[in-house]
Design a binder for this molecule. Structure first.
Ligand SMILES: *Cc1c(COP(=O)(O)O)cnc(C)c1O
Length: 370
């Protein structure tokens, strides 16, 4: 059994991607081929965003968002402590200071009250509070309504790190159209993944989009030999765009299958393990299906013995990790510190069969009943 089965998807796609890739090799248009612009158009209309800007990774997408907003030294950006390191890494890479906030117990997403407290901590430390990064953990959008109103009151930007939530919705609107700047990742294990690294940004702001397009190619100006700002080399390559174009065609069906898998888990799992709770305003892209257990490591070992892979996202909060422990934080982070001892993610992908889910849930039940 696979934790994420990319082979089943490949079988379903047949030789479509292979043919597209062979065509690009034949043409030799490895960088900025027509597939990239086509993909950007498709992604923007899929999300209901004005513009999509493809780039080299989800991490670069966050770096580019921060650069486009002019965030750097002396600035503070609030990020949840319970997320993948890249969210805070991007902040540190542009020379700004990440300030860690707690998450909500139901959704593991940024707690608006803790985010407000972290903004206050930033000010007390003499930093300019500039932005809050909402992370849509495990595929469920954060509370964009409440976070937007806190950001507005505090005069800071709201950035959405939607690396795990491409395709999800909040209040009937798709991720990508929920705040001024949204970033996503096409890492192979994400809901929409390519065959390597890739990412994208979404915005309705034409000026920001133009700035991002310049920043991702070394700060290129209207004259490509005159670089007008310091940028990155962060293009999405043509082959990855071709992979994503093919996968986007089956993406809605895959999302429906992920939801079916999540519903089955909910029906089959015992009450003793906490199953994911969705906000009534949200749908999830189900990047992960994460349960909670009092004996998480015991449960993981029991599953492993039954041939069921599982994973822990995340074993430590960022404020507890070596490279990040010196950064400022809200005074209390109790929800993240408890969750990281209890969470366990089960196999989740659109091709997970009911028979496999029965095996998984039986194994969970046998362990819980011990
Ligand atoms: C995966 C991920 C990223 C980084 O994406 P890459 O494409 O791997 O650089 C950033 N934030 C979150 C929450 C992620 O899960």
């Amino acid at each position: 059994m696979e934790f994420i089965d990319l082979h089943a998807q490949r079988v379903r796609l047949g030789d479509r991607i292979d043919r597209a890739l062979a065509g690009i090799v034949e043409r030799g248009s490895f960088i900025s081929g027509p597939e990239v612009a086509e993909l950007e158009g498709r992604l923007a209309s899929y999300c209901g965003a004005g513009e999509a800007i493809a780039c080299a990774s989800g991490t670069d997408a966050i770096v580019l968002a921060l650069m486009a907003l002019g965030i750097g030294g002396g600035d503070a950006v609030v990020v949840p402590t319970f997320t993948f390191a890249a969210t805070a890494e991007a902040v540190a890479l542009v020379g700004a200071t990440p300030v860690f906030a707690d998450v909500l117990p139901d959704t593991y997403n940024l707690d608006p009250a803790s985010a407000a407290a972290a903004l206050e901590v930033a000010r007390q430390q003499g930093l300019r509070a500039r932005a809050v990064i909402a992370v849509d953990l495990f595929g469920q959008p954060a509370d964009y309504d409440e976070l937007a109103s806190i950001c507005e009151r505090s005069g800071v930007e709201l950035i959405g790190d939607a690396a795990q939530s491409f395709g999800a919705t909040w209040g009937g609107r798709r991720v990508g159209s929920l705040c001024r700047l949204t970033t996503t990742s096409f890492f192979p294990a994400k809901p929409l993944g390519c065959y390597g690294d890739g990412g994208a940004l979404f915005t309705d702001d034409r000026d920001v989009a133009d700035l991002l397009r310049s920043l991702r190619v070394h700060g290129q100006g209207a004259d490509k030999y005159d670089n007008v700002r310091i940028g990155l080399n962060s293009r999405l390559d043509t082959m990855q765009a071709a992979v994503l174009l093919a996968k986007l065609e089956i993406f809605d069906e895959e999302l429906a299958s992920r939801n079916q898998v999540a519903d089955r888990y909910r029906d089959l799992l015992p009450a003793a393990v906490g199953t994911p709770r969705l906000d009534t305003r949200a749908t999830s892209a189900w990047a992960q299906y994460t349960i909670e257990s009092d004996d998480r490591d015991g449960l993981a070992a029991h599953l492993r013995a039954d041939g069921v892979p599982s994973a822990v996202y995340y074993r430590l909060g960022l404020h507890e990790q070596t490279a990040y422990s010196h950064f400022p934080r809200a005074a209390e982070l109790p929800v993240a510190e408890r969750a990281r001892t209890r969470v366990l993610s089960l196999p989740m992908h659109p091709y997970l069969e009911e028979s496999a889910q029965q095996l998984i849930t039986k194994s969970v039940m046998a362990c819980v009943a011990r």
